[in-house]
Design a protein around this ligand. Sequence first.
Ligand SMILES: Nc1ncnc2c1ncn2[C@@H]1O[C@H](COP(=O)(O)OP(=O)(O)O)[C@@H](O)[C@H]1O
Ligand SMILES: [Mg+2]
Length: 367
Amino acid sequence: MSELYIGLMSGTSMDALDAVLVDFSTTPMKLIASNTFPISKDIKEKLVALCTPGDDEIDRMSQLDNQLGLLFADAVNTLLNTANISNKQINAIGSHGQTIRHMPTGNYPYTLQIGNPSVISEQTGITTIADFRRRDMAAGGQGAPLAPAFHNAVFRSEHQDRIALNIGGIANITILPADKSKPVTGFDTGPGNGLMDVWCLQYQNEPFDEEGQWAATGKVQDNLLKQFLADPYFKMASPKSTGREYFNPDWLDQFSEIKNAKPEDVQATLCALTVESIAQDIEHSGASQEVIVCGGGAHNNYLMGQLSKRLSGCQIKSSAALGIEPDWIEAIAFAWLARQTRNNLPGNIASVTGAQHDAVLGAIYPA
Ligand SMILES: Nc1ncnc2c1ncn2[C@@H]1O[C@H](COP(=O)(O)OP(=O)(O)O)[C@@H](O)[C@H]1O
Ligand SMILES: [Mg+2]
């Protein structure tokens, strides 16, 4: 059976679709092709609108489900063309889908990702595996984070404790003890780049703060930072997961102080919130010799610098230092998760998500 898999990932930032083609027949695995495909302003606006309750959701969601399915399929076909590889050579696509609601608490917790996998399968001729998160939730888990099993497979070291830190719209950590008898744990620490993106768009008209240059001109407002950090999410015990349903413009609006502060100071303080919430959780984990950073936040030099200063006792490095560019880790994780499902192997880690057991995740849409 072919060991070529495609992974499709579009996270809470909704900045772009990341697509990778990976060969798992070698150790380490080989990234054959990778590309990022823009998500148009129109689609992004429609997606953001679906993240909060509104009118006629079923119709809007179902149309967008298909629109994204077509976009994802186009991305796969383009990726294959670039790599000069035929669809027949690919074992399966692992498609995360775009999260439009993640509600892990309540009587009937749910999580919803769209990007119609039937359309992907039909348009690419490749078996598509999707809907990974709901199985973990059905087993009593948070449905997130799911990258930890992959982090465990590729980043765990026998020699030192490591933490994999993903800074996307939301940030999450995976604690990888050197001692193999210890369980892998992990959870969403809170906002990653998401709130900074929101603020930057509002005051700089840019989708994100390039290398954190704008934040670097501001001054952290200690009192405001304290108020941010008083949010109950940061004190909650794991397992826990969150999303833009919670950390969003409405969340920011509750802090009246931001209206009187200089916008660049707020940006610096939001960056400090990301740094501090991550640092507190890493310190608390006790297993922090080496922190491997992935996700778009790894490109925010100011953020990375602040994190290194704050966690001076541990080595902070981009995943690039271990041979995988930070931008592709999450998409590769979904290629890997598809392979797990194909091989009837679990994709979650119960000690991370809080599920009752490890489970084979996802639904298979045959070619
Ligand atoms: N050069 C850069 N400078 C600063 N921030 C960046 C840079 N490149 C990416 N980012 C940040 O990373 C985010 C995208 O990260 P990503 O890992 O794709 O998140 P998600 O999984 O939520 O889509 C962007 O929205 C932006 O905030
Ligand atoms: Mg992204």
